[in-house]
Ligand binder design. Structure first.
Ligand SMILES: Cc1cc2nc3c(=O)[nH]c(=O)nc-3n(C[C@H](O)[C@H](O)[C@H](O)COP(=O)(O)O)c2cc1C
Length: 313
């Protein structure tokens, strides 16, 4: 079983990764949310915190880079090498409007020839092996054939596919046929998308028995999912309480009270999906402020867990 933790900006930060790894484990690699290098050649405070080796000690992490400029990518890859990392992941899947407007993330899928030129440069000069996280196109599934034909030319460490289009963001049906087509190329693939609970993960396993899986929202909702997939025990309410307290303690070391609340609310909104009446429970956490938050969590922890805890979109 090879389970990866997807990068989710502002959610899967160094605290989440450390606490999850210590309390639950079962994840082969945690992908750090993207750094977005510019010609200034410096990282933002958030990026510096996220990639600092001392914040990732003992946790298997892969840093991610998002840019359309080879020289910015290569600068960032060198910075990652200097920090001791042994792989970098290229993001060509981010659907955000501000990102694609600059031709980055999934914006790169709109211009296949520019993508090819970019990949030529970075694969020729990168100091570290490169894996890629992509979607299957920008606006239409027919784009995938040509994109795949380009991607298969490069000696990438892995290709992580979220089989949706940019225009879908994180909603709507995935395209299983697009993933199947990629599986026929012999590229080392990782599947990502809508693996929200144990039955969904098992269904993917039935189709692709050895395929590594990357879990995003499903792992945030049910942090014990990797363990369960390996045949281990189901998530318990006591575990959630310990996980909650460990996260809160760690965030409190770094951030003021308001920010701690924002971080905890963001993560616990996902965990709330594991309980009966998940929509109601999510709302219960989402509407809290720093003063009402703890009473809401106490109420949440008194509710029964669902039979197959996981994310509810
Ligand atoms: C709030 C949010 C932030 C995200 N940040 C990143 C990111 O930094 N890098 C990236 O490659 N994908 C990012 N993603 C996409 C996820 O890694 C993942 O591909 C997506 O959630 C689909 O997987 P899932 O269905 O298992 O959640 C983000 C998604 C969300 C919802």
């Amino acid at each position: 079983m090879d389970i990866r933790s997807a990068p989710l900006e502002s959610l899967t930060d160094a605290v989440f990764r450390r606490v999850h790894h210590q309390l639950f484990g079962g994840v082969e690699k945690y992908y750090i949310p993207f750094v977005s290098p510019t010609s200034h050649h410096c990282f933002s405070p958030r990026e510096r915190r996220d990639i600092a080796p001392e914040n990732n000690e003992g946790v298997p992490v892969v840093p991610q880079i998002m840019t359309r400029y080879p020289e910015h990518f290569l600068w960032a890859a060198q910075e990652m090498q200097a920090r001791g990392y042994d792989e970098v992941n290229l993001n060509i899947g981010c659907p955000s409007g501000t990102v694609t407007a600059k031709g980055k993330g999934a914006g790169m899928l709109r211009e296949p020839e520019a993508l090819r030129a970019f990949l030529n440069e970075i694969f020729a000069h990168s100091p570290l092996p490169i894996s890629i996280k992509t979607r299957i196109g920008f606006a239409a599934p027919e784009e995938w054939d040509a994109l795949l034909e380009i991607l298969r030319q490069y000696p990438m460490k892995e290709l992580i596919i979220h089989p949706r289009l940019r225009v879908q963001f994180y909603k709507g049906d995935v395209y299983p046929e697009a993933f199947r087509l990629a599986a026929q190329t012999g590229l080392p693939l990782v599947y990502n998308g809508d693996l929200f609970d144990l039955p969904a993960c098992q269904a993917l396993q039935a189709d692709y028995p050895l395929m590594p899986m990357m879990l995003g929202r499903g792992l945030l909702a049910n942090p014990a999912l990797p363990r369960q997939l390996g045949g281990g025990a189901a998530l318990t309410v006591e575990e959630i309480a310990r996980y909650h307290d460990a996260l809160e303690q760690e965030y409190s070391r770094i951030f003021p009270k308001d920010q701690v609340h924002c971080k905890m609310r963001g993560l616990m909104k996902h965990v709330a999906c594991c309980f009966e009446r998940p929509e109601k429970m999510m709302k219960l956490i989402a509407k809290t402020n720093p003063y009402t938050y703890h009473a809401a969590v106490e109420k949440l922890l008194q509710a029964p867990l669902r039979e197959a805890p996981g994310f509810v979109p």
